[in-house]
Ligand binder design. Sequence first.
Ligand SMILES: NC(=O)c1ccc[n+]([C@@H]2O[C@H](COP(=O)([O-])OP(=O)(O)OC[C@H]3O[C@@H](n4cnc5c(N)ncnc54)[C@H](O)[C@@H]3O)[C@@H](O)[C@H]2O)c1
Length: 285
Amino acid sequence: MVNQTRINLSLNLFSFSKLLTLNYSIVEKIMFPIYPDLNKKHILITGGSNGIGEALTRTFAEQVSQVTILDLDHNKGLKIAKDCESLGCKVNVYPVDLTNTSELQNALKKIRKETPTVDVLINNAGYDPRYQLLEMSETEWNHLFQLNVVHYFITCRELLPDMIQAGGGSIIMTSSHVFWIAKPDMIAYNTTKAAVIGLVRSLATAAGKHNIRVNAVAPGWIMTERQLEQWVTPEAKQKTVHELQSIPIELTPNELMGTYLFLASESSRAITRQTIVVDGGYAQS
Ligand SMILES: NC(=O)c1ccc[n+]([C@@H]2O[C@H](COP(=O)([O-])OP(=O)(O)OC[C@H]3O[C@@H](n4cnc5c(N)ncnc54)[C@H](O)[C@@H]3O)[C@@H](O)[C@H]2O)c1
């Protein structure tokens, strides 16, 4: 009798967990609501060809009529653009080295001429090298800032006048939960991501009167292709997911998309100067 109860219970638990898995995959497909106010918007994404940026390009393409991406990886950008044609979204791909300010400025000039005003700017491209402070050269430090911070500033400076004239917009910048985790071999990276939060906070104060909102998303450890190739070990992943995160799920770019969409949409029209941490409950932010 007891054994039968146990069998029934474990069968029930098995069905329940299957149901959860099933529901989870259904939820994954319908996770992102369509925001009607985004429909006619023009979104610009830096680093839109791979990783989190690729997910952003594909996710926003389902919502809007026009996405522009700036990325070194031109071929991948073109492939994504082709895939998105069937969604009725035009994806403009500009091959740019974001660490080269004059190249970036020229591309932005072209974009301002050739495409409608950018309504939502997503500064996303970045790199996360590991260095001990004593081993890092000034050149490496400056180069990292050029990608992780300076291009964020340049895009804002060049695109804000049009947003002001258009009567508003949303700027979203990718920071990192590393700001709170404070990993010892990521001092330079962490400093760049802290700078992004500073930029977000002050720019939000300055631009609010023009109906321009500025927010940051701070992802946790997101299992992108590059992370898997470069940094992820089975031990580190196991520890992060099962010991350090409150919610023990492997984080993919998908887990971030709802937050970016919400911050882009007018649904968050009173939200500005914020940093939203999306890391499965790891950082004590
Ligand atoms: N993946 C994570 O775990 C994680 C966690 C926290 C924050 N972030 C941040 O998220 C953002 C995206 O990271 P990701 O993991 O998707 O990176 P990724 O390396 O997968 O993709 C970065 C994209 O930026 C482009 N890029 C890089 N340098 C460039 C340059 N100089 N000029 C033009 N394009 C360039 C690459 O070609 C690529 O398409 C970064 O700011 C990163 O710091 C990532």
